[in-house]
Structure formats: C-alpha cells, structure tokens
Ligand binder design. Sequence first.
Ligand SMILES: C[S@@+](CC[C@H](N)C(=O)[O-])C[C@H]1O[C@@H](n2cnc3c(N)ncnc32)[C@H](O)[C@@H]1O
Length: 318
Amino acid sequence: MSFKGFKRSIEEGDTVILYLTIHQIYSIKAETKTLSKKGTLVENVFQTPYGALKCGTLIGKEFGTKVNLSKGWGYVLQPSPELWTITLPHRTQIIYTPDISMILLQLELSPGSNIIESGTGSGSLSHALIRAVKPHGHLYTFDFHEQRVQTAKSEFKDHGLSDWVTVVHRDVCNFGFGEDLDKKIDAVFLDLPLPWLAIANAQKTIKDVGGRLCSFSPCIEQVQKSCLVLSKLGFQEIQTLEVLQTQYSVQTRSMGTLDIDFVKMKKDNQMPDKKDKEIIRTITCIPPNSQPGHTGFLTFATLPPLWARSIELSSNSE
Ligand SMILES: C[S@@+](CC[C@H](N)C(=O)[O-])C[C@H]1O[C@@H](n2cnc3c(N)ncnc32)[C@H](O)[C@@H]1O
C-alpha cells in the first residue's frame, strides 16, 4: 500500500522506499531533476553505500522491482506509515512504531474517527493516525513552530493525504484548539513538553458521548503533573504504561544435538560406534544482546459521557 492506497507503477514525484538491507532503507523521490544547494536544477542522483541511483530511472517501474545501483542493487517499495517512520527526515524527536501501535489501539481509532494531535513535529505519528481514520475521519494536527507546520503540510500534500488532515499553526497550551472543534472530537493525542497545560483545552473538544486522551512524555515528572490535571478534570481509567519491544532475530545456525541413546549406552558402559553429537543446520530465534531503551511514558485516560460526568462531579463535591 502506498500512503493513499495500492499503486502499481511509480510516477514522477512519487515517494518511493529504497530497500537495500534491513538496516539500509531510505525514502526517495522519483524525480528526474532536483534543486542543488545553489538553487539550480540538476540531475536527481541518490547516493547509497552500494553506489548511485538516478531517481528519474524509477519512473514507470513497478513497485517491488529490483533496481540496479552503480555497485549493487536494491528494491523499490510502496511507502507506508511504518516505512515512513524509519526513513523520514527528522525535524524533531519522533514517535516510533511500538508506541504508535499502542496509541492506535488505546485511542480506539477506526475509519470515521476525528482526532486531534499536538505537536505535529516530523509527522511520524500523523501518517499512522491518518491511515487509521480515513476515509471518513479526519486528523487535526497542531504545532506552534511555523516552519514545521509548512513542511508537514507540503509532505501531506505530496503523499496525497490532504483530504484527511488539517495542519494548524497554533500554541495549543495558550490558545486551545479553536471553537470550531468543540465537542467534535473522538480522541486527543498530546506530545508536548508541558502537556498538562493543554488538557483543559483538549477536554472542550471531546464529544458529549465521551472520548479518549493520550499524552506521550519522556519524563515521569511530566506524567505526574498530567495525571493530576486529568483526575481533577474528571477523566477516568487513567493508566500510564511504557512499551518495550523485544525484537528476535531469526537466523539459520549450526547446532549440536545430543543423542540420548548414546548418553544411555555410555551410562551402561557400552561404547557405541558413533559420535555423541550430531551437527545440524537449523532455524533459530536469537534474543537481542541489548534491549532498546526508554522512549516515553504513554498516559491514557477516558472522558466519560456528559451525563456521567455531571454525576461524577457532583458525587466528588459531596
Ligand atoms: C516531539 S515533537 C512531536 C513529534 C511527533 N509526535 C512525531 O511523531 O513526529 C513536539 C512538537 O510539539 C511542538 N510544540 C511544543 N509546544 C507546543 C505548543 N504549546 N503548542 C503547539 N505545539 C507545540 C513542537 O514545536 C514540536 O514540533
């Protein structure tokens, strides 16, 4: 699947994933020409450890095709949110796939959901959110950094996603999400340095039937402040968790197998006419030498339906 849907052949301007090895994956543009640092149009050539690729030669090729580089070869793949996350140009810290999968599940997103995200940052999470809510839902993504807003807008346009996303330049802690979104939103996601300052504004946007909120924070002090505000504002089911992924490596290895008959015969002082160990080649599953480190804490909470909120608040005040 490309960002928008299945596509067979590469057209001029398409974003293409160039796959060389599991650790050498790049996103490139299928364009014949590109702007040089001096502002002149030059041939678009992408340099890899296995030599150069003239990006214009990809136009007309089918996705999945093997392509020749000057000193090797690779495959050209359709882009997806997962591949974009590992190849995108970083403008900020980004959210990675293990956290993204938990966010999509816990926010209960489905096609048709309306979701708010802040900050947009490098748009890593945004691509996964758009895929989860399209074709009938919408992502409203906010950032107070003007350049990042412009770059995200042009990336979404390039990827054919503009129909499902609105990018807004705003400080959501001080100015909220805008009255237009009041009571229209199913779920809110915050990746901000001071998320607790945006929670009351986020609450206003959630539908009367209730909704979910998630805040991603690297530090536990941020989590503590956010949880206190969530609780005070009547959010329930407040839960903080950390996603630690263990990735096993599948490899074919030579291994010795113990011959039980031989062990038994040896115990009985009989000497069989064969070796005690046979070496076989077999598929193995190797645990990692080191575990990926902490990315951040994910705090989830539910805003109950309006009728339940008033009961809850009145019972709290008694
Ligand atoms: C860590 S980045 C978000 C990365 C994003 N989740 C991703 O996966 O690419 C945090 C972003 O929040 C923005 N930001 C910080 N405070 C903000 C505020 N008060 N209002 C809007 N955006 C804010 C920053 O400009 C930055 O781009």
